[in-house]
Unconditional design. Structure first.
Length: 242
């Protein structure tokens, strides 16, 4: 990505200029992402959510402007709702979070209601897992844990550990009715839930990646499973007829 970080404008100023240039008549626009959370880095981009009733459908676009990589998330005044619903069903509230946390760049009087809608969804949390879903997730988490314990192949273990970390994070978050994430948002979601647990979780996997020591990972995953009945293998069945 070839952007001139030394020459770029401050994030808010650049975002406003981009909206003035590309969407001068839009109904509303929000700047979101790391630059508004105080987590800006040299590789941060500008995440801008645009609402424009004239758009026939939602779309996403990436480009470089004013020294910044830019990601646009463009919606009309109805299409965004399907994305809010989809994100919440996946328990990964990307758009609700961007709208709720974002800073207003432009508003023709529509954003208060849209922001309130997003904040209400975020506050409600994801749909609670039922007993059958927890049982299914226990089984698959147990299966990957057993693979992790049993492997003696370092290369395989690295990838098993990655899968185990994602499944374990999902399990502990969803069984506590919390939002999940992917990539960097796995850690951020864990930290929002419990900072001490997030640190212990990260340290356990970091220890394995550095030294091949598995015991802390095994301990933390078994601790996640224990309140829900522990490991599950014998007696599990999926799709078997009566």
């Amino acid at each position: 990505m070839k952007v001139d970080h030394l020459q770029r404008l401050p994030a808010m100023e650049a975002a406003k200029k981009i909206i003035e240039k590309l969407f001068p008549d839009c109904d509303g626009a929000i700047l979101a992402g790391s630059v508004v959370r105080g987590q800006e880095s040299p590789t941060s981009d500008l995440d801008i959510v645009v609402f424009d009733q004239k758009l026939p459908a939602s779309y996403r676009e990436s480009f470089e402007e004013l020294g910044w990589p830019v990601e646009l998330f463009c919606h009309n005044l109805e299409s965004y709702q399907a994305f809010l619903k989809s994100d919440c069903e996946r328990a990964r509230p990307c758009l609700p979070r961007m709208i709720a946390e974002g800073i207003v760049l432009k508003d023709k009087g529509i954003l208060d209601d849209i922001k309130q809608e997003a904040e209400t969804l975020l506050h409600a949390g994801p749909e609670k897992w039922d007993a059958s879903t927890i049982k299914l997730k226990r089984y698959f988490l147990t299966d990957v844990l057993d693979d992790f314990i049993g492997t003696t192949n370092r290369s395989e273990g690295v990838f098993i550990a990655g899968t185990l970390a994602e499944l374990a994070a999902e399990f502990v978050l969803r069984t506590n009715n919390r939002w999940i994430g992917s990539s960097k948002w796995i850690y951020r979601s864990l930290a929002e839930f419990d900072k001490d647990f997030a640190m212990a979780f990260t340290e356990a996997f970091d220890l394995f990646y550095r030294t091949d020591e598995k015991s802390k990972v095994i301990h933390i995953v078994e601790g996640i499973l224990e309140p829900h009945g522990g490991r599950l293998f014998a007696g599990f069945s999926l799709g078997k007829g009566s």
